[in-house]
Write a protein that binds this ligand. Structure first.
Ligand SMILES: *[C@@H]1O[C@H](CO)[C@@H](O)[C@H](O)[C@H]1NC(C)=O
Ligand SMILES: *[C@@H]1O[C@H](CO)[C@@H](O)[C@H](O)[C@H]1NC(C)=O
Ligand SMILES: *[C@@H]1O[C@H](CO)[C@@H](O)[C@H](O)[C@H]1NC(C)=O
Ligand SMILES: *[C@@H]1O[C@H](CO)[C@@H](O)[C@H](O)[C@H]1NC(C)=O
Ligand SMILES: *[C@@H]1O[C@H](CO)[C@@H](O)[C@H](O)[C@H]1NC(C)=O
Length: 235
């Protein structure tokens, strides 16, 4: 009697263990299937959700649910939400849902849900960026042979100072109310080097060449007074 009881308990434990393993395996497979692709868009440009739509499909957006749908025989308007009207199309060559004239607040999680047999889903997490602005460089302070380069701060903007190809310094500020800036002091021996200040974010970059303003001996150079006419020479 006692033996049978023990055996039953063991069997139940084994069953629980197998059940647990199957659950873990299925859960890990599910996370692979619903993997989210991180994608980036640029304000004013178009963005394509790269999942081919064959016959019928829904495009879902965040809490709104379905914002567009297509199915065989459907003609004309595919959008269901006013804010996407005239901006959301199904490209008839690539068969991708395409959102044009992107806005910052179009960011979020989109899912292309193909409702053909097989029901494939693909999820995209879209981040939208402005093109980075040109970093202004101050006039040369001729008494110290120095300039300051700064940039209007936005999401993930980095400012980098180069001498030739070499990075001298780099900064960014997660606090979007403060603009990153870098100070450059040109040493005499490097007076002839090319310095540049580069603002970048994940979708764009802008380079401004620092005017040459000091002479070999670290003294203010005449060029400093003319630096407004100074132009980068491209060879
Ligand atoms: C694809 O769409 C464009 C306009 O969006 C239209 O001019 C063209 O005829 C369409 N092509 C096909 C094959 O439907
Ligand atoms: C799409 O529709 C066509 C015609 O109705 C059908 O033959 C085809 O199997 C469908 N494809 C899918 C993936 O459902
Ligand atoms: C880089 O810039 C930061 C911020 O302006 C400054 O504190 C730091 O001293 C600079 N580093 C170098 C190596 O110039
Ligand atoms: C400084 O740079 C200019 C232009 O790149 C070059 O013509 C000149 O020879 C350089 N002078 C020295 C001392 O390297
Ligand atoms: C700057 O942008 C161009 C394309 O506009 C790209 O080819 C280049 O790699 C970028 N440079 C940096 C440092 O991000």
């Amino acid at each position: 009697m006692n033996h049978l009881f023990r055996w039953r308990r063991l069997a139940r434990l084994m069953f629980m263990l197998i059940y647990f393993l199957i659950n873990v395996l299925c859960a890990s497979q599910q996370t692979v299937q619903s993997e989210t692709q991180q994608v980036k868009g640029i304000v004013g440009q178009s963005f394509s959700f790269q999942e081919r739509v064959i016959n019928s499909s829904n495009l879902l957006y965040g809490d709104l649910g379905s914002i567009a749908n297509v199915y065989p025989g459907k003609r004309g308007k595919i959008t269901l939400e006013k804010r996407f009207e005239n901006r959301l199309h199904l490209n008839n060559v690539t068969r991708y849902f395409t959102l044009s004239d992107l806005q910052i607040d179009d960011a979020g999680v989109y899912t292309v849900e193909n409702t053909d047999e097989g029901k494939k889903r693909k999820t995209f997490e879209l981040t939208v960026y402005n093109v980075v602005s040109k970093p202004p460089v101050t006039e040369c302070d001729s008494s110290s042979c120095s300039v300051v380069c700064s940039v209007h701060n936005e999401k993930e903007v980095t400012l980098t100072l180069y001498r030739g190809e070499e990075i001298l310094n780099q900064t960014s500020s997660p606090d979007l109310t403060s603009d990153p800036s870098l100070h450059l002091e040109v040493e005499g021996k490097n007076y002839n080097s090319t310095y540049s200040c580069v603002a970048s974010n994940p979708v764009s970059n802008e380079t401004v060449l620092v005017p040459k303003c000091c002479s070999e001996h670290g003294h203010p150079d005449d060029a400093g007074k003319r630096h407004f006419e100074w132009k980068p020479s491209r060879k």
